[in-house]
Design a protein around this ligand. Structure first.
Ligand code: FAD
Length: 488
């Protein structure tokens, strides 16, 4: 039986392992941590349960697909429910908007709340769908680094209609074309953060993301986001994938430009294929450090990172839902500070995720588990202690202004995660959440391919390579990679 080694048990690592196992490989996963899941992890603190990383779950069908691939009923492993409300939005002047997930209801409600015509909203969302349909097949489901991708009918069709994709304008410019209301623009600009980019730099093609939320929906997994990685980990064990925890890989062993296996602190392991799910930067710097480095790719701008406060809050808040956003007054200033100056603005947009709204057992009675996050620059050695203090103050001011409470008196317990912590726990270069940023119109093409062009039998999957970060794209990356491994 042919052997495959996967380095890292992030979501894409587990998904690639499952696909290669199905293709007849004996698969072993090596992980530096003592647990599977990478960024999709959870912890408890003083009676509160928290998801450590991702909080928004879209395209659950990509998870289900892996159970079906192994002839299992997804429901025996993993259950989730669809949300009726995408997000509750708040502004300092008292304006609030609860965004319905249903597209028709969203249009009706947003038209009234933001004094905008139904037609303009409908046109925008139709354009969003059109962009998604034109690009899904090329950008998300195939390697961009194989000629065959460019010779297909679907690619040619998209290239002919390239004007509709708005790649020569940034997301904010596209949104300005449609919406006069600055609050509505801010609402649609925020979709740039779904891949850690700035709406003032990322191309207008990103206006396809609202379609994903409104057409396919947003979901909450029973047991929390952590169940996404844990259910796939259980499946992988059931079908015979073996896991080696607390065993960091130190080298990919190459002879005459062909991968022969890996080295860890404990042993040398032989394999026919080596697939790295760790950050592409670390893969080259640490595991292939004797080999030629793709400098241009490794120097690309990283996506934003985050500062997260995990608060046990002694209060039940009827105005909040699972996802809540309290917007800053000057969105552009916020992103300029993050990407140009690599610091934080004084007034920040605050995201609050409360899973005890979905599952009461995540917090003690009468309390809530608040995951409070602000976007932050990637780690360039800034003074994080003072940036965390600044973020905390800005968050408290924002919450108190908007919700008219004194949040500092309601916090029972606190833990903090910053870009250094994200880098330490997951190996993500500079603590970025989504690998490289999508701040250029060429980003999709500059992301590293899912295979090595220099070494035979070396492949890559996960958020730092094609097609990019976020749970759905990582799952698609696993599929592209596994297909390349078996049908090069
Ligand atoms: P990772 O999760 O990055 O895992 C890589 C694994 O490799 C780790 O387990 C690491 O320990 C291991 N590793 C590293 N080096 C070695 C080595 N030398 N040897 C062995 N193992 C090694 N996405 C969404 O879809 N929705 C969200 O709401 C969302 N919010 C986010 C919020 C935060 C705070 C963070 C951090 C991320 C968020 N994301 C979100 C992004 C999403 O979590 C990631 O894109 C995705 O989980 C990355 O998965 P991955 O497969 O690339 O691997």
């Amino acid at each position: 039986m042919k052997k495959a080694i996967v380095i890292g048990s992030g979501i894409a690592g587990i998904a690639t392992a499952l696909r290669l196992n199905k293709n007849g490989y004996e698969v072993s996963v090596f992980e530096s941590n003592s647990y599977a899941g990478g960024k999709i992890h959870a912890f408890t603190n003083k009676g509160y349960r928290y998801d450590m990383g991702p909080s928004l779950f879209t395209m659950p069908q990509l998870v289900d697909e892996l159970f079906i691939l192994h002839n299992k009923n997804p429901k025996d492993y993993f259950n989730y429910s669809r949300k009726d409300v995408v997000c509750n939005y708040f502004w300092d002047d008292g304006k609030r908007f609860s965004a319905p997930a249903n597209q028709g209801e969203f249009i009706n409600s947003a038209a009234i709340e933001f004094n905008t015509s139904h037609e303009v909203l409908r046109n925008y969302l139709t354009g969003s769908k059109e962009k998604y349909d034109l690009t899904e097949n090329i950008f998300l489901r195939k390697s961009l680094h194989k000629w065959s991708t460019y010779l297909s009918f679907s690619t040619l069709k998209s290239l002919i209609q390239v004007g509709k994709l708005h790649i020569n304008k940034n997301l904010d410019q596209v949104n300005r074309q449609y919406f006069d209301n600055p609050k509505l623009r801010q609402l649609f600009n925020r979709y740039a953060t779904y891949n850690g980019s700035s709406p003032y730099k990322t191309p207008g093609i990103m206006s396809m993301i609202p379609h994903l939320e409104m057409h396919y929906g947003t979901f909450y997994p029973k047991g929390g986001m952590h169940e996404i990685s844990q259910s796939l980990y259980r499946l992988a064990k059931d079908v015979g994938v073996s896991f080696h925890f607390d065993e960091p890989v130190t080298a990919i062993n190459i002879t005459d430009k062909v991968a022969e296996g890996i080295t860890t602190a404990k042993a040398i392991y032989k394999a026919d294929l080596v697939i790295s799910n760790m950050d592409i930067f670390g893969t080259y710097q640490n595991l292939l450090n004797e080999e030629k480095q793709p400098k241009k790719i490794l120097q690309q701008e990283r996506s934003s990172s985050a500062i997260i406060f995990y608060w046990g809050v002694h209060r039940e808040s009827s105005e909040l839902d699972l996802h809540n956003i309290l917007f800053s007054k000057d969105y552009q200033e916020e992103f300029n500070k993050i990407f140009e100056e690599k610091i934080l603005a004084d007034d920040l947009t605050v995201y609050i995720n409360i899973t005890s709204k979905e599952d009461e057992s995540d917090a003690p009675e009468g309390c809530e588990n608040w995951f409070v996050m602000v976007n932050a620059p990637a780690n360039f050695g800034q003074d994080w202690k003072s940036l965390i203090a600044k973020a905390r103050l800005s968050i408290i001011t924002k919450i108190n202004t908007v919700l008219k409470i004194k949040i500092e008196d309601l916090i029972d317990s606190e833990q903090v995660l910053d870009p250094i912590g994200i880098e330490t726990k997951t190996g993500s270069h500079r603590g970025s959440l989504y690998g490289t940023s999508s701040n250029s119109k060429f980003s999709a093409f500059l992301r590293h391919a899912n295979f090595s062009s220099a070494y035979k039998n070396v492949f890559f999957c996960g958020g730092s390579v094609h097609p990019g970060g976020g749970i759905p794209l990582c799952l698609l990356s696993a599929k592209i990679t596994a297909d390349l491994c078996t049908k090069p």
